[in-house]
Write a protein that binds this ligand. Sequence first.
Ligand SMILES: Nc1ncnc2c1ncn2[C@@H]1O[C@H](COP(=O)(O)OP(=O)(O)OP(=O)(O)O)[C@@H](O)[C@H]1O
Ligand SMILES: [Mg+2]
Length: 288
Amino acid sequence: MCLVLKDVRFAYLPGTSMAREVLRGVDLEIREGEILCLLGRTGAGKSTLLQVTSGLLAPTAGDVLVDGRRWGASRRIHAELRGSLGVLLQSSASQLFAETVEKDISFGLRGLSLPPRELNARVEEALRLVGLDPRLFARLSPFALSEGEMRRVALAGVLVTRPRFLLLDEPFSGLDGLGREALGEILGSLRGGGTGILMVTHDWEEVETLADRVAVLAEGRIAACAAKDEVLADVEGLLRAGLRPPPLAEFLHELRGRGFALPRVALEPRRAAEAVAACRRASREERR
Ligand SMILES: Nc1ncnc2c1ncn2[C@@H]1O[C@H](COP(=O)(O)OP(=O)(O)OP(=O)(O)O)[C@@H](O)[C@H]1O
Ligand SMILES: [Mg+2]
């Protein structure tokens, strides 16, 4: 099962003198049980891509398919698909609207006709999942919270429906170290449970610790989409897409340029040190 974008195009204000084509033929597949990180320079169209994928914006051309069914094909399909996807927008505070945190989170469950006790249990579970104590937060106004807390409430509102695909726009921004660690664990365990996650980020650490695959958006198209180690090691490709490569990848790239026969994949510091040491041993032996 997967979420597929086929030759998706999107323009803001089409047909006007202000028209701006942001997506120019995007092909992308998000599989269940994976974290796919989406990278791209500021203004590349990452948030637009996420909103088109989630059905919040309609593509000007091309298709978004969930299990082969097209968004917007009919009202019934639209309603079914909406339940399969959870979206956290970049300005997640704009997703909040209700008088209390619990009302906000339970909004996604309306229509399921759950008995009140189960509804409360689901809301509490979602709050705990994002590290907020339901006894302290459930009855507060979401607008009386800190930025990081608002982000967590918005995420709880997404997770409460247990979607099969999560689309997250910079979910770690505004979180402190512990909050980031906790969210990393949540995402890891959701992936373990089969959720497919598309996550926009600018942070290499998040990519290195969480991503299975990485896609790079540039000039309105997917410039690269492959296993994390492969994309992160392609220093030239990242630079072409306007991205600053991770420092260790840049360093290894420099060493390759100076004749070190290092593998063309991204390496963690320890494996990088071992690979450099192996190159030195090999060249010493050659000299003997
Ligand atoms: N509502 C809009 N109307 C017109 N143009 C827009 C609108 N929203 C975004 N854009 C333009 O579309 C382009 C892509 O915007 P988008 O927000 O998708 O980029 P992004 O890759 O998410 O950037 P960032 O990393 O800064 O979040 C930008 O150049 C932006 O100015
Ligand atoms: Mg954005």
